[in-house]
Design a protein around this ligand. Sequence first.
Ligand code: G6P
Length: 592
Amino acid sequence: MCGIVGYIGKNKAVNILLDGLKKLEYRGYDSAGIALYNDSDQKIIKSVGRIKNLEEKLNLSSLEKYKKGIAHTRWATHGAVTEENAHPHKVGSITLVHNGIIENADILREDLKEKGYQFKSDTDTEVVAALLDFNLEDDFLNTIEKTIKMLKGSYALGIITDQDKDYIYVVKKDSPLVIGINDEEKFFASDITAINTYTNHFIFLDDGEIAKINEKEVKIYQHLIEKNKDINTIDIDLESKNKNGYAHYMLKEINEEPIVLEKTLKPYLENIELLPNISDYSVIHIVACGSAMYAGMVAKYILEEKTNTEVIVDVASEYRYKNINYNRKTLVILISQSGETADTIAAMRFAKLKKQHTLAIVNVKTSTIAREADEVLFIEAGEEIAVATTKAYLLQVALLSLLCLKLAYDKKIITEITPYLNEFKILPKLVKEVIDKDSDYQKIAQEVYQKNNSFFIGRKIDYSYCLEGSLKLKEVSYIHSEAYQAGELKHGTISLIEKDMPVFGIITDHDIYEKTLSNIIEVESRGAKTIIITTDKLKTNRNLEIIVKDVSIYTQGILIVPTLQLISYYVALLRGCDIDKPRNLAKSVTVE
Ligand code: G6P
């Protein structure tokens, strides 16, 4: 995974690189490093832990003379979290930062050892540095071209060579890399958010392209032939970068939900025909990772129940390796907040290769998935900084639900769409009312925060909300939690229920209300402390009960989800967790 950033120009590189690293921390934050250089001298400084640890280690005033550099924030893949394994890596004349995974690193390492190279780290990146050093030719472009032909896997590389200190070289395959351009300075990064405070002109590098960059110009080569690339002008809202008085980004982002819902849905609610007609497809495959996949689960239940459509939801890391028979007209829907999740990108490319139509639901407009999918619908979440997704997930559910409604209409299963659209129109107001019941969530958090285990149970679509509620709780509070189809609990898992164990029961489905309630009573009989999340038409009058307005299946989840997010937030707060950056996680998972 990891984030990389580089600078070459007239300003102090160290400040720009540190700033870029902080913005890339969402890609990994277990260690970081920086390489600074000028014509006569080079410095490499690394540290384990957050970027602030690196910052504390740097004597900034002594580093002001350096106007070039590359930097890295790490999410460990090869080798433990140590300073030796942190980037940049230097071998011979090559200094390197890398995002991605080199799959044949072990074979290459053995081969290079035989040739006399010694390795200080366990990383695949140091192997690439050694390989570049071994392949050195007079023209460094030849060196890179020869080296990348020997690499298997994914990479975005920022390279400095002692041979040619006027330049930074970058090259990529299957990991994102963008170059930022100003008159007398240039940047590169894994993501434009690392550099968009300095420029709004960007070149997106494609696989196999090499860029040779100095302060004055960027030259792009493919197979050693220079080529022209478009320069994109992209203005990004910088507003989202501060917490606006909230204690955490997670809380701020939950509170933004009414606004971003309005922004995302408005164009479609004014003209529903802006959404595609997908009624021609016999089968829909929904493919994503993490919460985005759970948003797909919500859509699956609506599609099956309301549109007579066959749906398969799969995790992207498995879908692409399956022997899928596309013998009926299939729509492949990819869902991704970042648009950069490696497995989701690979699943999209797999479906495209098999000539299937791909429809992506994405937040980041400049992302790989947004650029490569056949058709894209954007959610308007703005930047989401907390690692645990909240507003983006909610918008994925909302937009998918509207797409399901449109399909039911296009298939003439419903003839009157206006009442449903009116429900979507009042959602921002209803969600705000749900969010404002702060004290209810804090009360529940008090009951839960000292426990080590919990369950979320529900049936059918309520189970899909359980999946997300359970994930949110475990990722931010570290309380172990499992989501279960309520009727399935008694087939073994119920043996884990013990006195005062929190069990969240979600009930919004009227048809199976009694069945789910029976399952709730079953766990209560075994001592569980139940917390019910339900609607004003289904309330069970328990002590710990959150009640939202009863609406149609298309919009119900959008009222349930914020309650689960806020409970998780307050539990994590009481447990003193690092809410915006939970341990071991990264916001954008760019390795497979
Ligand atoms: C990571 C994040 C999750 C997210 C998942 C998919 O695991 O921590 O919150 O749901 O990636 O990310 P995407 O950007 O593809 O939606």
